[in-house]
Design a protein around this ligand. Structure first.
Ligand code: URA
Length: 198
């Protein structure tokens, strides 16, 4: 069993509404030595169907953005604030976020990433424990204590935001570029990932 596989949640019934709405639990994915941990809100329909985070339209936008800054999906770890699809894709409730927090904290502790990149308002507010104006604050790096340990967190807009508002594309890519720089893989020309060498 790989280092992170034992972190996979295989059974959980803490959130009755999510137990009803999910078809499976969607755990984090990606290498267990990744420098960057991306955190989204929660699985959508495709993720629920396939059991992997960010495999729907948002995932395609994320993959394109990563490629632009010289990263690949295989270089990063990706997870969510909640691991079960909320009904009708509503935001997870405070209780649901709290119920799932321990799983994410364990993943963060085990991975010990250089930087946590929060995709959108829900994960940014959840981990920073304050209100966040994501569009304004995207690209900002903050230090935050998570389960007692200081962590570096970079705020990023959610990839789906760029689908609804094209003006968010630049904000999204700039934040990803900063993430790549912080992980030591900045590649303003784009192209192949250079994470392997680090
Ligand atoms: N949006 C998210 O926040 N997470 C996913 O896994 C997919 C879409």
């Amino acid at each position: 069993m790989g280092e992170m596989e034992d972190l996979c949640v295989t059974e959980c019934t803490r959130c009755p509404a999510l137990v009803d709405s999910r078809s499976r639990i969607v755990n984090g994915a990606g290498p267990d030595d990744a420098d960057l941990l991306f955190v989204g809100e929660g699985p959508g329909a495709k993720e629920d169907e396939q059991g992997e985070p960010f495999v729907g339209r948002s995932g395609t936008v994320l993959d394109d953005g990563l490629r632009t800054v010289g990263l690949a999906r295989e270089d990063i770890r990706i997870s969510n604030c909640v691991r079960c699809r909320p009904p009708e894709n509503r935001d997870p409730t405070k209780d649901e976020l709290a119920n799932c927090r321990g799983y994410l904290e364990r993943e963060i502790e085990r991975l010990d990433p250089e930087v946590i990149v929060t995709l959108g308002k829900v994960p940014s507010e959840h981990l920073l424990e304050r209100s966040v104006a994501v569009t304004k604050e995207a690209g900002d790096l903050e230090e935050v204590r998570i389960d007692g340990t200081p962590r570096r967190l970079l705020i990023c807009v959610h990839p789906a935001a760029t689908l609804y508002d094209r003006s968010q594309e630049e904000t999204f890519e700039n934040a990803l570029e900063r993430a790549a720089e912080l992980a030591g893989v900045a590649d303003s020309e784009g192209g192949q990932s250079r994470l392997d060498g680090f």
